[in-house]
Design a protein around this ligand. Structure first.
Ligand code: ADP
Ligand code: ZN
Length: 754
């Protein structure tokens, strides 16, 4: 395939120019016989499907994956459903080249693609592209090895060869690549063994890594409360109809054990289950738990997977051979033929929102996916989002609640460390009460964690001589010092420079000084304060993938680590039985920007972090360092009264008709120059809709008014809950032409306003 051509997507006008008459279709038209035409949706940002002629010997059905000519190339598309139009005269239609031998895209997924496109105001082809991204038209067969039935007597059995034979004794046949890894040998060793008659090589489908999970293996002995919740979920699965249930329960109450019972029921019914996790690539503990419950690992789906395993997985899903998929957002677009359950764990997580390309919230789209597949959705969280709580209150979602931690573990005791009263020493960030608590924890032989949601050494580098701040040239952001890498780094665009030895503005030597802490700086301070403690940093720069996450988790479980220092990565669902003390270095951090959801999100994040402490017998202790102990967020965390906090948060949103009691859509204007961005933003402002219950905020420079070299402006549409934003947006956008070099991105239900 021509990759450059693919990147430069053709626009529609150019495309129509390039549609020469197809000879076959032309002949048919002239001979008078009616030609059959079908709509084919292509993974490009066109307004809709294109019509193609059907050659006589072909019978494409909706959902079939087909190869069609497009702009002098052949492209993969999907036969769509609506009746083909007659806008293009028959003699101009090009014929379908062929139907690809691949499971067709099931109707619920086609409806889902249409639905997401309509809801997010995206071209349907862009949404389809997410579903076709890994479609393979190639052979997925691979080189497999098995042991020779009659082993040759000439081949010598060296230790590496013995390892190969041992690996095959456990699983046979095995893909060459997997066998090499399992036995720790090179491809050459395997070839040598085949030549010596010890192994037999064959080409075949890689055996599916997806064995059937056994729903009837012995699960956890559920408490009466857990049993009740599990029974309700099992019933929802058995009903085979759409429903949504919020499974809400304090951290460590056994929500996972409970929803795995719903997965088991789905397996018994012979249907497929999808479990969505916000950081699946780092969820090694979850996978191990699944394995304990069901005997085998689930199929995993996320963007870091290699393309071979993605192809195999997609095929297995399409053929119903992957009964359970645990995945990230994009798993919603897998072609399940018989989806029976969708679970969204940590449903409150902002990570479910995809911010570029098609901007969508996977939590909300999971509910839509379930509806279109007539199956239940289960949303799971210890700190449900206000949206979900409002849906429970309105009676749209059922509600199951687990009130207690499993096994009598108590919730951790929360203390506020008032930084005004007990400040850290000069130049330090850990206040004496927190230092003392960590010392005491370590002395008891238990584990402690320090949490700061900021990567790097310092968020700001400042010149002591002239006050110059080191800023990214491409973004409205400061450069963050990463001391271990000797770099200043922009967290938005990745721009890096070596740490300068003098101020670039006043050229005074050694005048640049770090301001504020990042996690590297806390680690440095911790090394001084707790020199004996074995430390582990958990941040996206150190925990880079599934293996690193699993290694870190095992090191903590095995008590090879005393002190964990982490960013928001540590908030996610981990279960560390020996961790009893959690210190939050800057509890005020998330409240700074004053965004709509700042309070809600801070409570959720800090409650999740706190929830890592004291999950087993030993009681947990949480210390929040804050300058504003009287703030409702701090008080809610102190008293563990999230319900009251959420109720008052709901009241204030209700008063202003903010979500979930009103609807928002953001327009993000971006352009290469500030003048272009301003011009287009002004035009949109002038054409803005008006009417009862409709408010426009902006245009205004975005808080990130420069991002990756693009100038950005924002407008916000706010409407009453009973008003649909899509028709308004469609009408609005249709009146304002977007000049070359400019873009308007639509963010329906925005959660970020940067
Ligand atoms: P949550 O998802 O609510 O945070 P988990 O499902 O992770 O809670 O449960 C916390 C810990 O308690 C896990 O190690 C889990 O295996 C254990 N656990 C929960 N319920 C049971 C049970 N009924 N029997 C045995 N262990 C349980
Ligand atoms: Zn930048």
């Amino acid at each position: 395939m021509d990759h450059d051509a693919r990147r430069n997507r053709p626009d529609r006008a150019a495309l129509l120019d390039h549609l020469p008459a197809a000879p076959a279709a032309g002949d048919q038209a002239r001979s008078g016989s009616a030609i059959r035409r079908v709509p084919v949706l292509l993974p490009y940002p066109f307004a809709g499907p294109f019509d193609y002629a059907v050659p006589r010997d072909m019978d494409p059905r909706p959902g079939d994956i087909v190869l069609v000519p497009l702009n002098r190339r052949e492209e993969v598309g999907v036969v769509w459903d609506e009746p083909a139009g007659d806008a293009v005269p028959a003699h101009k239609l090009k014929p379908i080249v062929g139907i690809i031998d691949s499971a067709p895209m099931p109707a619920p997924l086609r409806r889902f693609v249409d639905w997401v496109a309509a809801y997010t105001l995206s071209p349907p082809g862009d949404v389809l592209a997410m579903a076709l991204r890994v479609l393979s038209t190639q052979d997925t067969r691979v080189l497999l090895y098995r042991r020779a039935e009659v082993p040759s007597t000439t081949g010598r059995i060296t230790p590496p060869r013995r390892r190969v034979l041992d690996a095959l004794a456990k699983r046979e046949p095995m893909a060459a690549a997997d066998l090499g890894v399992a036995a720790g040998v090179s491809a050459g060793v395997l070839r040598g063994m085949a030549d010596a008659g010890l192994l037999v090589a064959e080409h075949g489908a890689a055996e599916p890594p997806f064995q059937r999970p056994d729903p009837d293996r012995h699960g956890a002995e559920l408490s009466p409360q857990q049993q009740e919740a599990a029974a309700a979920l099992r019933q929802a699965v058995a009903q085979r109809t759409f429903s949504v249930t919020l499974l809400d329960g304090v951290t460590g109450s056994g929500k996972t054990e409970v929803y795995l019972e719903a997965v088991a029921e789905c397996l018994r019914a012979g249907r497929q289950a999808l479990v969505m996790l916000p950081e699946i690539a780092l969820s090694s503990q979850w996978i191990e738990r699944f394995q304990r419950r069901f005997g085998v690992a689930p199929a995993v789906w996320h963007s870091d997977l290699g393309s071979r395993i993605r192809k195999i997985t997609r095929k297995a899903v399409a053929e119903g051979k992957a009964p359970v998929i645990v995945g990230a957002r994009s798993a919603l677009f897998l072609p399940f033929p018989d989806l029976g359950l969708v679970v969204v764990d940590e449903e409150h997580e902002a990570a479910f929102k995809q911010q570029d390309g098609v901007i969508y919230n996977a939590r909300d789209m999971a509910v839509v996916r379930a509806r279109l597949s007539s199956c239940p959705a289960v949303l799971v969280s210890a700190t449900p989002s206000l949206e979900t709580v409002a849906n429970v209150e309105a009676g749209r979602y059922a509600h199951l609640r687990l009130a207690n931690r499993h096994g009598g573990a108590s919730l951790p005791k929360v203390e506020l460390v008032d930084l005004r009263e007990t400040p850290p020493e000069r130049g330090k960030f850990l206040a004496p009460p927190l230092v003392a608590a960590v010392h005491a924890t370590l002395e008891r032989g238990e584990q402690a964690m320090l949490f700061l949601n900021r990567r790097g050494y310092a968020p700001l580098t400042l010149c002591r001589a002239c006050g110059h701040r080191m800023q990214c040239p491409n973004c409205s952001a400061w450069l963050v010092e990463h001391r271990t890498r000797h770099q200043l780094l922009c967290h938005h665009c990745g721009h890096t420079i070596p740490i300068p030895s003098e101020c670039p503005n006043c050229h005074v030597k050694d005048s640049l000084t770090p301001v504020g802490p990042g996690i590297e700086r806390i680690t440095e301070e911790a090394a001084e304060a707790f020199p004996e403690a074995r430390r582990l940093i958990m941040a996206s720069d150190t925990i880079t993938g599934p293996h690193a996450a699993a290694d870190a988790a095992h090191a903590i479980e095995d008590r090879a680590v005393d002190l964990i220092i982490g960013t928001q990565l540590v908030a996610k669902g981990w279960h560390f039985p020996h961790l009893t003390c959690v210190g939050v270095v800057d509890a005020d951090l998330g409240l700074a920007g004053g965004e709509l959801r700042a309070s809600e999100r801070t409570v959720q994040l800090l409650h999740q972090v706190a929830g890592r402490a004291g999950r087993a017998e030993a009681p947990g202790q949480v210390m929040l360092q804050t300058f504003i102990p009287e703030h409702p967020v701090m008080q809610a965390l102190l008293h563990g009264d999230l319900d009251a906090f959420m109720a008052s948060e709901a009241d204030s949103r209700r008063d202003g008709e903010w979500p979930p009691y009103g609807r928002l859509a953001g327009l993000i204007v971006s352009a290469d120059t500030a003048a272009d961005a301003d011009g287009l933003a002004r035009e949109l402002g002038r054409a803005a809709p008006y009417g009862e219950g409709v408010t426009i905020l902006g245009p205004a420079p975005a808080p990130m008014s420069l991002l990756r070299g693009r100038h950005r402006r924002r407008l916000l549409l706010k409407v009453r809950r009973d008003v649909a934003v899509q028709p308004i947006l469609r009408q609005w956008l249709s009146t304002v032409p977007v000049p070359r070099g400019c873009r308007v991105d639509v963010d329906v239900d925005p959660i970020s306003f940067l």
